[in-house]
Design a protein around this ligand. Structure first.
Ligand SMILES: Cc1cc2nc3c(=O)[nH]c(=O)nc-3n(C[C@H](O)[C@H](O)[C@H](O)COP(=O)(O)OP(=O)(O)OC[C@H]3O[C@@H](n4cnc5c(N)ncnc54)[C@H](O)[C@@H]3O)c2cc1C
Length: 386
């Protein structure tokens, strides 16, 4: 749903200019230093990017899902590390509070998340619980007016920078699956919370992940999200349904950038006396990429519109994430191929995108998990979507 076409166009134009003039020129430096310059972060704050999806009453822009994906199409035209930095605040770092938080939790945290003063992280994955997130072992035991948390969370995006963590932990050890899990808001300076050193990753330098360890970490009971035990896994899945559409949109945007770069190179590079774009085998790679990007874009927009209409988009979000991220991997591969040897060289940047986009098929549910979600929906309802 688009609330006001004119306002959205203005926002998209501003973001496109920011991407073109500030972020694209900084890509190589961010990759080299593994750090987004402070002045760029300050500009992100000024543009309101940290609060894209946070309701206006808490200082955000309150974008609908359709508006949000259109922003991410634009943001995808540069290194995904930039979007990861503020996008975590708009997505998994804030949405548990937006969707299921109490009025007090919303008032306490959302304004600072929206302004970018506070960075939010989402801590579900553990060393022994990735795809099977419902088997998580971190415990939260009620003691007086606190819960005492113990456990380790792994690969947590923005953990090194975060001031607030949404943490899924088991409050009822008698229940082994999802029902025994609750979600908590844990502030960074809470005694007993430790953040490990940043992980060394394949790509997306400038975006950081780390372990988050809880050792007898006492969290005030009022920080139980929604104020009810046993709801945490449901909250996490609602957050991920939304997050998957956002990742899919980013994958579409990055695929567009890679195809644009490949198209330019194919038109400029000459072999056998003519631009390589004139060879039909190269044209096949360009055409397949364009058609797949178009299909993914339509899928993402459809899922976003359905979510805005209040539908349960569990199936559509999984379809969008699976198709768009797998498509993005294929486009990355073809873009490297079209660049030939230059595609393998750091100087041309395309190998960096090739590494960066590999993550899209892994986090917020691997492709295999999306396939299971899609199949489960089909079997449960006995009918297909279409
Ligand atoms: C850079 C990065 C950032 C991340 N950020 C966050 C974050 O902010 N918060 C957070 O909580 N987590 C985060 N994660 C964790 C991420 O969500 C998990 O890595 C992901 O869900 C996969 O879990 P796993 O790594 O344990 O792999 P595993 O679950 O061990 O999977 C290994 C392989 O087995 C396959 N597999 C597993 N189960 C099945 C099955 N039933 N059927 C078929 N195949 C299966 C998987 O698809 C995969 O191919 C991040 C990960 C990375 C790499």
């Amino acid at each position: 749903m688009i609330r006001d076409e004119e306002t959205l166009t203005l926002l998209l134009d501003t973001i496109a200019r920011f991407v073109r003039e500030r972020l694209v020129p900084a890509e190589a430096e961010v990759a080299r230093t593994d750090r987004i310059p402070e002045e760029i972060v300050a500009e992100m704050r000024r543009l309101g990017l940290f609060g894209l999806t946070i309701p206006e009453e808490y200082g955000g822009m309150g974008l609908t899902m359709e508006e949000e994906v259109r922003v991410y199409f634009e943001m995808g035209h540069t290194s995904p590390a930039f979007r990861s930095y503020f996008g975590t605040n708009c997505g998994i770092g804030s949405q548990a509070i937006v969707i299921d938080g109490t009025p007090e939790q919303k008032a306490r945290y959302l304004p600072r998340l929206a302004s970018g003063e506070l960075i939010g992280s989402f801590a579900l994955t553990e060393p022994g619980a990735g795809s099977d997130a419902a088997s998580l072992r971190t415990t939260a035991v009620r003691e007086g007016d606190c819960y005492v948390l113990n456990g380790t969370k792994r690969f947590i995006t923005n953990a090194p920078e975060a001031g607030i963590f949404t943490v899924m932990a088991r409050t009822d050890p008698a229940k082994k699956g999802a029902d025994g899990i609750s979600a908590f808001l844990v502030e960074r300076d809470t005694p007993g919370l430790w953040v490990g050193p940043p992980d060394v990753k394949m790509g997306q330098r400038g975006a950081h992940t780390a372990d988050v360890v809880f050792e007898n970490c006492r969290v005030p009971a009022e920080n139980l999200i929604g104020g009810r035990e046993g709801q945490g896994f449901k909250t996490a899945m609602k957050v991920l349904d939304k997050g998957r559409i956002a990742i899919a949109a980013t994958a579409v945007g990055v695929a567009e950038r890679m195809l644009q770069d490949a198209l330019r190179y194919a038109c400029e590079r000459e072999q056998f006396g003519k631009p390589i774009a004139e060879f039909q085998l190269v044209q096949t790679m360009l055409a397949d990429s364009q058609a797949e990007i178009y299909a993914a874009r339509c899928t993402v927009l459809d899922a976003a519109r359905l979510r805005d209409a209040g539908e349960n988009v569990n199936l559509q979000a999984a379809c969008a994430k699976m198709f768009a991220t797998e498509m993005c991997g294929r486009v990355a591969d073809r873009a490297v191929q079209i660049h030939g040897g230059a595609g393998y060289m750091a100087e041309y940047g395309i190998e960096r995108f090739y590494r960066d986009v590999r993550l899209f098929r892994i986090y917020e549910g691997t492709t295999q998990i999306q396939q299971l979600v899609i199949a489960r929906n089909l079997i449960r309802s006995g009918k297909i979507y279409g």
